[in-house]
Design a protein around this ligand. Structure first.
Ligand code: T1G
Length: 696
């Protein structure tokens, strides 16, 4: 018998059950059914004395099939499958490789033994999808590895490596290679034993656990995962191992799983999971598009951005040359890179050897000629069009044939930059987010002439350097900053109309963003914003729009650039960086409102959130209408990975969809009556509502 998703074979007296459900052996209905059927056959066969469970292709079972969530579960469910394996009267070893995650690891924990290749990463990542392990993971893992390890693995969702799993008692042996051969020897060595271990029966309840540990984890989670429920539910489920029997604990897990499964947090995080992967698919770029090899890189400019960008290459083993025009600036930039890496070492997150390896991959040069061998050149000089154009004509003269010429710009016109070269098809925008070595988003900007090969290769490069790429079209500010600009304009309008700066930031923070718009402005630098506004004014961008940044301009003139000058919209403590409200700033807004003839009023939290959220949504819809983003979900990915938008709210477009687009439009229309130039009409949104459609 070979179902479509499971195959089996017998080697000597050992039965081997193999998952064949590419790409990741997700535990879909066919797999679950096949697992039970194959096991039953083997249990009936007297020649078979032991069983190996494994997966074909890149991984052992990587968990439940997420695309089945929300649909009626077809029997057998995973719990039922695992019970069959656990009750087997022949010993079973799970032979792990790749990513045994979620239900995959839960299934393995239902087997008597687990062995793994050393490259295996094991984990229970369910909280990343807004749920908790739902097939006994919260009950078996603490019995195998202790409560503390289970709390750490399940509440973070971060996988551990095979060595760590071995030390924690989750697996029994680690092999460098020849997984099946070694697993065969392993299970044969166990055949003479009368009893084989079963995780659920290791102990009735997990004892000697202090309650403090649960309190400490909850406190940590409430800080780290502000607003989230699933990690707290996971703690509750794990706690059940200390006061309930395995069967009752499983029941408790089921209850909590259901609460999480039915939550917005979960549907939003699942939306994020699939959106992140969808963003990699570009409709007009076929899968077999030629990929340009990237084995070396050059970064021009070793300031905060340039240095961070260079680290991304070194982190994955790509040698990179950073270029600055003076030795002094180069030394300064290289020192910052070194300091960044040293900090990681001192936090215990990098070994000294790795530190040396990464530093040795980064070389400095004060000569632009050093770009001549690089497969990709990333320009990260000051955000100024003439400077960038001048730089690109020089790059054009020096870079080798077929090298990707990328510009790290956050707002500028890629086509204008490309025009200064003789090979615009090789020019592309790569908008990194600060700090570039930390932030996951990479907005990739496609110019009029950028070739398909260059786009496909840059998307691939982004994945290689562990970024989350989103392809944007070439409009001012691309996807992210074009929307952010309108969001900030709305925040300033709110402040002019009577809302307090700190209240606006508080509402946004409480919603789940990393920080509010004014705090972001202080972090990014009001001088940066001022330069962009100056250009926008020259280009007539505000001709039909209310200009709301008068206070920001006044602060700039006072030298209040934000955190870097210890003063911006807030006042910052020089040592602790703690921010304090400055009532003077609210008074400046009041004064400006008076001068502009704006009548001030009390503005409640609901209106603050609604106006800021819909300013993003309305601009996002315009971007979709004009074709600068491929899909609404790309916008959600942009905001979650580049702007600190809470993933568990699904992104600004998904949030609006959940709220109801019809209701959203009603509110926008209401605001538009009072303030037409703050709310440009978007036909795309009107059309969606008219047709009672959602984004896609
Ligand atoms: N279900 C359905 N599809 C999945 C999937 C899954 N679990 N995992 C991956 N895919 C698809 C993915 O959408 C993509 O599709 C393709 O596979 C390759 O993925 C009861 C409740 C395993 C580390 O959360 O972390 O078990 O875009 O590009 O970079 O408690 O996929 O090609 O069409 O990400 O090599 C727990 C999620 C589920 C694992 C591989 N498991 N997956 O990374 O490939 S909940 C997870 C991953 C659960 C039980 C419960 C990664 C990976 P397409 P990829 P990759």
């Amino acid at each position: 018998m070979d179902t479509q998703a499971i195959k089996y074979e017998i080697i000597e007296n050992i039965g081997i059950i193999t998952g064949v459900n590419p790409p990741v052996n997700a535990l879909s209905y066919n797999v679950r059914k096949g697992l039970v059927e194959a096991l039953k056959l083997f249990l009936k066969n007297d020649n078979i004395k032991g069983i190996i469970l494994c997966g074909e292709g890149r991984t052992f079972f990587a968990g439940a099939d997420i695309s089945e969530f929300g649909k009626p579960m077809q029997s057998p469910n995973l719990n039922e499958v695992i019970l069959e394996y656990e009750n087997s009267n022949k010993p079973i070893v799970a032979a792990l490789h790749g990513s045994p995650l979620g239900g995959g690891l839960e299934l393995a924990m239902g087997c008597n033994y687990r062995v793994a290749l050393s490259s295996t990463k094991l984990g229970l990542p369910e909280v990343k999808l807004g749920i908790i392990p739902g097939a006994g993971g919260t009950q078996r893992l603490p019995r195998l590895a202790g409560v503390e390890k289970a709390l750490s693995m399940i509440t973070s969702g971060i996988p551990i490596d095979a060595k760590n799993a071995l030390e924690s008692g989750i697996i029994e042996e680690v092999f460098e290679d020849k997984l099946i051969e070694n697993a065969l020897n392993f299970i044969k060595s166990k055949l003479t034993l009368d009893i084989h271990p079963v995780a659920s029966k290791l102990t009735e309840k997990v004892s000697n656990v202090k309650n403090d540990i649960f309190i400490n984890f909850s406190n940590k989670i409430e800080k780290k995962h502000r607003g989230r429920k699933s990690p707290l539910c996971a703690i509750e489920a794990i706690k059940a191992t200390t006061n309930l029997s395995f069967t009752d604990g499983l029941e408790k897990e089921r209850e909590l799983f259901k609460v999480c499964h039915d939550s917005k947090e979960s549907s939003s995080l699942i939306h994020m999971f699939f959106s992140e992967r969808k963003a990699l698919k570009i409709p007009d770029i076929p899968k077999d598009t030629q990929i340009l090899p990237i084995n070396s890189a050059a970064v021009i400019g070793c300031g905060t951005m340039g240095g961070g960008i260079a680290m991304n290459f070194a982190n994955v083993g790509i040698p990179v040359t950073v270029i600055e025009n003076s030795q002094d600036s180069l030394d300064k930039g290289m020192n910052i890179i070194e300091k960044n890496y040293s900090n990681t070492v001192s936090k215990g997150r990098m070994t000294q050897n790795e530190f040396k390896k990464r530093m040795s991959l980064i070389s400095g040069s004060s000569k632009l000629e050093s770009i001549s061998n690089a497969d990709v050149v990333v320009e990260a000089v000051f955000e100024e069009m003439n400077l960038k154009k001048e730089m690109f004509s020089k790059i054009d003269a020096l870079a080798k044939e077929n090298s990707i010429l990328a510009t790290n710009t956050s707002t500028l016109d890629i086509d204008q930059i490309a025009e200064s070269t003789s090979r615009p098809q090789f020019v592309i925008g790569t908008h990194f987010f600060s700090p570039a070595n930390v932030m996951k988003l990479l907005e990739i900007v496609r110019g009029k002439h950028t070739s398909k090969e260059v786009i496909a290769s840059t998307m691939k490069l982004a994945k290689n350097i562990k970024k989350v790429p989103v392809l944007a079209g070439n409009c001012d500010g691309f996807i992210g900053n074009r929307m952010f600009h309108e969001y900030v304009r709305q925040a300033h309008a709110l402040a002019e109309e009577g809302a307090k700066v700190a209240d606006i930031d508080r509402v946004i923070y409480d919603f789940g963003w990393a920080m509010g718009p004014f705090a972001v402005n202080d972090l990014a630098g009001n001088d940066v914003g001022w330069r962009i506004r100056k250009r926008h004014k020259q280009e007539g961008k505000y001709d039909n729009l209310r200009y709301t940044s008068t206070v920001a301009d006044q602060l700039f003139e006072l030298g209040r650039y934000g955190q870097k000058t210890n003063r911006g919209f807030y006042i910052y403590d020089q040592q602790t960086r703690e921010k304090k409200i400055d009532p003077e700033v609210d008074m400046m807004f009041e004064k400006v409102a008076k001068e502009k003839g704006i009548s001030r009023r009390q503005i409640d939290d609901k209106e603050i959130l609604s106006r800021l959220s819909w300013a993003l949504l309305n601009t996002g819809c315009m971007i979709l209408e004009e074709g600068y983003a491929l899909r609404a979900s790309d916008i959600d990915v942009t905001y979650a990975y580049g702007y600190g938008y809470p993933h568990w709210r699904g992104g600004p477009m998904k949030y609006a969809e959940d709220y109801g687009l019809e209701k959203v439009l009603e509110e926008i229309k209401n605001y538009r009556t009072k303030n037409p130039d703050m709310w440009p009409k978007c036909n795309y949104l009107e059309q969606l509502v008219k047709e009672k459609k959602n984004f896609n």
